[in-house]
Design a protein. Structure first.
Length: 90
């Protein structure tokens, strides 16, 4: 499911306009991204948690030259599904 399909489904379930649903989804994703950027954890009870993880620096290999390269440490977003989501998928 892509964003347009999500907007369509939310609009049909709620009776809201597609425009209102798109704005709401954009706002939710923006708030989650801003919270993660500031180091906060976002928990949606029953659905899951979004958090930032620190990935360690490591050695890699350049696929074109075969030479070793240093891949720097970086922060990456991580999603951990909640109990209800796990049960719904299982």
């Amino acid at each position: 499911m892509n964003k347009a399909e999500l907007v369509e489904e939310v609009a049909s379930q709620t009776g809201l306009t597609k425009r209102a649903c798109r704005q709401t989804i954009d706002s939710i994703t923006s708030v989650i991204a801003d919270s993660l950027a500031s180091g906060e954890k976002v928990t949606l009870v029953g659905f899951g948690s979004f958090k930032v993880r620190q990935r360690k620096a490591r050695q890699g290999r350049n696929p074109q030259t075969g030479g070793r390269i240093q891949i720097p440490a970086k922060k990456v977003p991580k999603f951990e599904p909640g109990k209800n989501l796990k049960e719904a998928v299982a």
